[in-house]
Structures are given as structure tokens and as C-alpha cells.
Write a protein that binds this ligand. Structure first.
Ligand SMILES: Nc1ncnc2c1ncn2[C@@H]1O[C@H](COP(=O)(O)OP(=O)(O)OP(=O)(O)O)[C@@H](O)[C@H]1O
Ligand SMILES: [Mg+2]
Length: 249
């Protein structure tokens, strides 16, 4: 039996009476890459914010590594790394200083943090740009650093909210390769993207979201089989069929 590392039970969240998360339950196994897919506003970021302890649900609970969000949110925080949809970087710092700063925030001492920053810079392909101020970086370089920050402190579970959105192909490839390597290393990853082909290649299972609900949850191959032979159907076809919408508004 695969070990369930994250269990989200019946999550609800409304903003001003509007349901953003409408009864979401899902579980993620250890070493699994799990994709959350859905059109804009479907309710991908909000459950991620709840599962990563940033936002309190109106109802429901999340258990990560045996710790409940209700009583042990700090224990969950020690297990996770978060790459938020909106960049969370200090523009006036260098890439190294951003990584070292966040490393210290998650409890590494100065030496550990500097050593890990070097390893992460290599992984995300920014070693040659480690000293310049981040405000001078291209959008793709900032996205890579945003992902790198999530890796500081060796978290066991990564929440990656659209890590490849709106960037040049070179940075997208770099990030995709980084995700592949993290998967090979056995990291547990929850990942959102609008790129269906990326999700198909990377994810062990995906949940398709619409209107705050999970409308389908399975392996990419099983989802494709619902429409026809999996080698002739794309995940995008499944997405369009289930949500009736294109990937972007
Ligand atoms: N802090 C907030 N205040 C009010 N409404 C919010 C807030 N956060 C999210 N919402 C609303 O909740 C719904 C779900 O938002 P969410 O950000 O989870 O969607 P998403 O699938 O991540 O969208 P996107 O693909 O654009 O990132 C949307 O209608 C959004 O406008
Ligand atoms: Mg979002």
C-alpha cells in the first residue's frame, strides 16, 4: 500500500459568500507527483494555501505526515516547501542572499544555508548569476529562483503553484527538468500548471478542478481512456470535455 503523506478532508472556503473551495478531498502518496489542474479561478491556489497552512479553511482538515492542521500547523510547516504563484523574492538582494535568507528562516545555520544555496543555484541553473541583484533578472530567472527558495531546508513535501507560468522556453525547460530531478529524488510534490502536456509527462495522478470542486481524479492515462485510446487522446481533450473551457480565459 502506498503511504498517504497528505490527506485533505472535505475542505471548504468561501470569500464574501462565494465558494472558492467546495468540499475538496484528496490524498497524496509519499514520492508522488500530484497535479491540480483547472481553468482560471477554478480553485487551485486556495486549497494550496490551506494545505500549506497559510489560510484557515471554513471546514475540513488537512493531515501532513500524521500532523493535523488544526492542532499541529507548526509541525506541518517544518515538512513543506512552498513556491507561490506570485513571486516571493527580495528584489534588492542577490540570488544567493535570497536563498540564504530563506534557509535561515527555515532553521538552517549560516554555514548550512550557504552550502545549500550553492547546490540549489546549480540545480536551477543560476550559479553564474548568483551575485547580481534579483531586480535585474528576467522573468524566467525570477521564476527559477522562486522555485529554488521552496527547496531550502530539504522539505519533504513541495507545493508548487504554477512554477512555469509566463516564462521563456529556456527557463521553462530548466524548471521542468528540475521538477523531473526532484521526482527522481523521491520528493512528494503537489503541483499546479496550465500546461497539460507538462502535467501528463510529470504527474503520477491529477485532479481536475472546476468551480471549487474536484471533477475528476486519476492517473493521466486512466483519464484519457475515458475518451478513447490513450495514445490518441490528450489530457487537454479530457480537460476541455470535463470543464467545457479552454485552459485560459
Ligand atoms: N483572498 C480572496 N478574496 C476574495 N476572493 C478570493 C480570494 N482568493 C481567491 N478568491 C476567489 O476564489 C476563487 C478561486 O481562486 P483561486 O485563486 O483558488 O483559483 P485558481 O484556480 O488558483 O486561479 P488561477 O488559475 O487564476 O490561479 C476565485 O473566484 C477567486 O476570485
Ligand atoms: Mg492560482
Amino acid at each position: 500500500m502506498p503511504e498517504e503523506f497528505l490527506i485533505a478532508q472535505n475542505l471548504y472556503k468561501s470569500f464574501n459568500g462565494q465558494k472558492a473551495v467546495d468540499g475538496v478531498s484528496l490524498s497524496i502518496n509519499r514520492r508522488e507527483v500530484f497535479g491540480l489542474l483547472g481553468p482560471n479561478g477554478a480553485g487551485k491556489t486556495t486549497p494550496i494555501r490551506i494545505m500549506s497552512t497559510v489560510l484557515r479553511p471554513d471546514r475540513g482538515d488537512v493531515v501532513v505526515g500524521g500532523h493535523s492542521l488544526k492542532s499541529k500547523a507548526d509541525a506541518i510547516r517544518a515538512l513543506i516547501g512552498v513556491c507561490p504563484q506570485d513571486l516571493a523574492l527580495y528584489p534588492e538582494f542577490s540570488a544567493t542572499d535570497n536563498l540564504v535568507f530563506f534557509g535561515r528562516m527555515v532553521g538552517l545555520d549560516g554555514k548550512e544555508s550557504r552550502a545549500q544555496a550553492q547546490t540549489v543555484l546549480e540545480l536551477i541553473g543560476l550559479s553564474d548569476h548568483c551575485k547580481g541583484r534579483v531586480e535585474k533578472f528576467s522573468g524566467g530567472m525570477k521564476r527559477r529562483l522562486n522555485l529554488g527558495i521552496a527547496l531550502m531546508g530539504h522539505p519533504q513535501l513541495l507545493f508548487l503553484d504554477e512554477p512555469t507560468v509566463g516564462i521563456d522556453p529556456q527557463s521553462r525547460n530548466n524548471i521542468f527538468e528540475t521538477l523531473r530531478r526532484l521526482k527522481e529524488e523521491g520528493k512528494t510534490i503537489l503541483y499546479t500548471t496550465h500546461y497539460m502536456e507538462e502535467a501528463d509527462r510529470l504527474c503520477d495522478r491529477v485532479a481536475i478542478m472546476d468551480g471549487g470542486k474536484v471533477v475528476a481524479l486519476d492517473t493521466p492515462v486512466e483519464l484519457k481512456k475515458r475518451l478513447g485510446p490513450p495514445d490518441r487522446v490528450t489530457l487537454e481533450d479530457v480537460f476541455l470535455k470535463l470543464t467545457g473551457r479552454s485552459l485560459r480565459d
